[in-house]
Structures are given as structure tokens and as C-alpha cells.
Design a binder for this molecule. Sequence first.
Ligand SMILES: Nc1ncnc2c1ncn2[C@@H]1O[C@H](COP(=O)(O)OP(=O)(O)OP(=O)(O)O)[C@@H](O)[C@H]1O
Ligand SMILES: CC(C)(CO)[C@@H](O)C(=O)[O-]
Ligand code: BAL
Length: 283
Amino acid sequence: MLIIETVLMLRQQIRRLRLEGKRIALVPTMGNLHDGHMKLVDEAKSRADVVVVSIFVNPMQFDRPDDLARYPRTLQEDCEKLNRRGVEFVFSPTPEEVYPRGMGEQTYVDVPGISTILEGASRPGHFRGVSTVVSKLFNLVQPDIACFGEKDYQQLALIRKMVADMSYDIEIVGVPTVRAKDGLALSSRNGYLTSDQRKIAPGLSKVMNGIGEKLKAGERNVEEILAAAALELNEKGFRSDDLQIRDADTLLELTPQSQRAVVLMAAWLGQARLIDNLTVDLA
Ligand SMILES: Nc1ncnc2c1ncn2[C@@H]1O[C@H](COP(=O)(O)OP(=O)(O)OP(=O)(O)O)[C@@H](O)[C@H]1O
Ligand SMILES: CC(C)(CO)[C@@H](O)C(=O)[O-]
Ligand code: BAL
């Protein structure tokens, strides 16, 4: 496995791979890899000749400096895991390599609408940072496919829109959320939980599944369902942040025509802001 830190070296390798006619898959990550990331890697491997995993804690997508400063960085362990998994290339640049003129001077990619609602409203500038860095990675790696987790539901929708709007010839593969046995969605930020909080954490997916059951049973009073869910979360020890039931295809409010709903959950537990989501057929 080759670990590449510079754009120059990456370009050389990609040029060679393309001359050899290799099908390239990209898995963008921020590192501190867990089994959720490994599922993306396995999916990428099954669909391409060569897998490039990027590991870059992208400063442009952090709205809070403290969140950026404490984000877990475990490059050596990550590379060992990826090597064991049969990954061919890791791209782990420094912020200076990605943003040589600094972030203030950086041309950016903004996806209208979707980037400023929901998570985008809670984390101003977050999605501009995501679409800009993913666009750069697409241009550098020139992948045939790229894998993203459904755990970050809005991010996946944002990337799909960017790819369509900017005519990237890249297939976007969404990978179902990998969970711990007790239902907690795996996430690097779970590492911020104390052992007591870790016991409470599966409550988020339990409350989310409860909302799903209500929707399946035909309940449609979104405000009432969400108020009850917020209460339930707070009783369990969370600080409910943003709970939403939206049209799964548009991410807008449900309408009588909506075919599928998505339940979007964001709640604080101690130092960790946990997110999760569930899609429900309404028909
Ligand atoms: N449990 C999971 N199942 C499937 N994919 C996941 C899971 N967790 C993260 N991913 C995906 O892995 C990719 C990289 O995500 P990232 O490195 O931010 O990890 P993370 O665990 O989501 O960390 P964070 O704490 O920042 O949310 C994204 O496409 C993300 O959706
Ligand atoms: C897609 C991504 C790697 C871009 O920095 C990040 O948002 C993430 O880890 O989901
Ligand atoms: N997994 C989403 C990246 C972030 O929270 O910044």
C-alpha cells in the first residue's frame, strides 16, 4: 500500500493508473477508521480495480474551532487497517497541501438549497467545506466511482446533486449505515462518549425507530411525533438538537404526495453530537 502525501505524487500515480486502464474507486474519509469506513472500502473494492482512501480532516468544513482541534487523528492505525484490507493507495495530505493559498483565498463549490437547510443550518459553512473538498478530491483522484455512507444522509444527497450539476462522470455509491450490536451508528465522534454515556447512546436509534413505527402506523402529525421524541431523548440524558421528518427525496417538508420519509436525528450526549437517520416507506 502506498501512502501519498502530496498532490504531485498523487497526480503521477493517477496518470499511470489511467494509462493502464484501471477502474478507480475513491473513499473519502476524515480518518479514525471504524467498521463503517471498512464497509465503504469493501464496497469500493468490489466495484473497481484500485481503491484510493483519502484521510483528511478538512478544516474548511468545521464551524467550531474546538471541534476541529480535538477531532481524533490516528493515521498510523488507520493505514495498518487499510493495508490489511487490501487498499492500494492512501492519500493523506496536510491542510497546506490542499489549501496552499489558505482557506480565505480558496475558490469554493456551493450546492444551493440543500447546503443551508437542516445540518447546514446547524453547522454554518459546513457543507460548503464538504462540497469544496470532495470536488477537489474528485479532480485529483479522477475516480470512476466514489463511496459515501448513508449515515450522513444530507451529505450523500449534497454530493449526488453536485455530481449531477457539475457533470462529474462519477458513480456515487451510497452504503448503508453500519451499527454496533446495540444499534448505535458507528462514528468517530462516539469516541468522545464516557462509558456511562456509551450505555445511553443506543437510545438515539431506539427513539428514531419508534418514530419510524409511528409513521408506518399512519401517524402524520410531525410536530407531535417530534415533540414526544425530543422529550424521550432528554429523559434518557441526551440534549435533543435537531429532529426532523422530511421527504426522503427532496429533504423538504412532507407533502401528501411524499412516497418516502426520512427521520433525521441530531442530539448531544456529553461532548458528542450524534446523528442518525432512517427512511420509511409511506405508501
Ligand atoms: N457507521 C457508518 N456506516 C457507514 N458509513 C459510515 C459510517 N460512519 C461514517 N461513514 C461514512 O464514512 C465516510 C467518512 O466519514 P467520517 O470520516 O466523517 O467518519 P464518521 O465516523 O462519520 O465521523 P464523524 O464523527 O466525523 O461523523 C462518510 O461517507 C460517512 O458517511
Ligand atoms: C466526505 C468527507 C470525507 C469530506 O471531508 C467528510 O465530510 C466525511 O468524512 O464524511
Ligand atoms: N461525517 C461528516 C463529517 C463531519 O461531521 O464533519
